[in-house]
Design a protein around this ligand. Structure first.
Ligand code: GLA
Length: 404
């Protein structure tokens, strides 16, 4: 892991090497973990997440003309495109995400001209920590700070007032989600973009994906560590499975003639159990019980009952594994390895599932011992050593003017 100071220096140096001169604006966005609320977001449900202290950072400046030139340190590659004629570029590439941000902002905001930007980051890629939403949010903040794209404040005619900054961030999160869904072609919910934009150090974030009501909830003092254990198993499978699960949930929604799965009560599901398709009803039971766990989790955080919150995370993992069927032997093994490890409060698979990471809440002073124990136990069983990242809840995306 590099500190944010290292990333600053790295991205500035890359900017100078690639484009010459100095950047005028910088931006940074965190990664995210989902703490509770697995596969609830696109079902209009409830979720609790946190932004974490792994970042994407951008240094750049506006230029005359309509050309965008970007350089990624992590991919050792560049991209170039005209901001008025944005073609998607290669499938699944980081460049497609970059272009998608311009496309989605440009749908609602005036794109004033071209830009040059260097991008660096220490978010593990493809590990389920939303490196893509982190990139999107950092780029959007940079484009606005550098004056390449007009400020979203133009979307709100009211004078500055309480809550306006958050409303604008929510509008931005939705634009970026649309970019990911329609331009990049990945059918995800709002969770990722919301989390990386709304983070607060030491706080979790709750979101009602139907009403878009949200809250920042303290994780207590001292805040627990958020320990991400990466099984390093390939997430390629996850894309097809994600859409399959969405369709399975949709079938139950159609059966009840509802708008969202969220609108159906658990009792209704139980009453119709025998008439429902045997796969869809399990998926629905997970989503509905998960919404209830998120509600109880939010109450537990408000009352400072962290152990209860942790137990709900572990219950969430069991429900994902048994009803939503999106766990995997490696993820179950990581959770089993965590269960008796020092400082463990609770843990679950993170994000889509099937591969990638688990997220664990761990008493802050014991995170090192926890990491060593999980690594050792997992390695003994699987023969591979997981990557363990000890993280903390962090602030959301920000931008600033670059000084030399
Ligand atoms: C992925 C998606 C999110 C969410 C999670 C599952 O991370 O990007 O929108 O659906 O899976 O909760």
């Amino acid at each position: 892991m590099s500190s944010s100071g290292d990333l600053d220096a790295l991205v500035r140096a890359e900017f100078g090497r690639t484009f010459g001169g100095a950047p005028t604006a910088m931006a940074r966005a965190p990664a995210r973990v989902e703490l509770l609320g697995n596969h609830t977001d696109y079902n209009g449900g409830l979720v609790i997440a946190a932004a974490i202290d792994r970042y994407t950072e951008i240094a750049g400046r506006a230029v005359e003309g309509r050309l965008a030139r970007v350089r990624s340190v992590q991919f050792s590659a560049g991209d170039e495109f005209a901001v008025d004629r944005i073609e998607p570029g290669a499938d699944g590439s980081w460049g497609r995400y970059v272009r998608g941000v311009l496309w989605s902002l440009g749908e609602r905001l005036n794109v004033r001209g071209g830009f040059e930007a260097a991008i660096a980051g220490d978010v593990p890629l493809g590990a389920g920590l939303s490196s893509s939403a982190s990139l999107q949010a950092a780029l959007a903040m940079f484009l606005i700070a550098a004056g390449v794209v007009e400020d979203p404040a133009v979307l709100d005619e009211r004078p500055p007032c309480a809550g306006r900054a958050d409303e604008l961030r929510m509008a931005l999160a939705q634009m970026l989600q649309r970019g990911e869904n329609e331009f990049v072609g990945v059918a995800s919910g709002l969770l990722d973009q919301f989390s990386v934009l709304f983070g607060k150090a030491g706080f979790a974030l709750s979101l009602d994906c139907r009403s878009l009501e949200f809250a920042r909830l303290s994780l207590g003092e001292p805040a627990p560590a958020i320990v991400v254990c990466d099984s390093k198993t390939s997430r390629r499978l996850a894309d097809g499975m994600y859409n399959k699960r969405r369709a399975e949930c949709e079938r139950v929604v159609t059966y009840f003639g509802a708008r969202w799965l969220r609108d159906i009560a658990l009792e209704q599901l139980e009453q119709h159990w025998d008439r429902l398709d045997p796969v869809g009803r399990l998926r629905a039971r997970h989503v509905l019980t998960e919404n209830a766990r998120v509600q109880r989790g939010a109450d537990a955080l408000r009352a400072g009952r962290l152990a209860e919150f942790g137990a709900l995370m572990s219950a969430s993992h069991a429900s994902s594994r048994d009803d939503f069927d999106n766990s995997a032997p490696a993820l179950d093994a990581l959770i089993e390895a965590a269960e008796a490890a020092p400082g463990f409060l609770g843990g679950k698979l993170s994000g889509a599932g099937w591969a990638g990471c688990t997220v664990n809440l761990v008493e802050t002073g014991r995170a090192g011992a926890f990491a060593a124990t999980v690594s050792e136990r997992f390695a003994r069983r699987f023969g591979t050593v997981p990557d363990v990242h000890v993280c903390h809840a962090a602030a959301g995306a920000t931008a600033w003017t670059a000084t030399i």
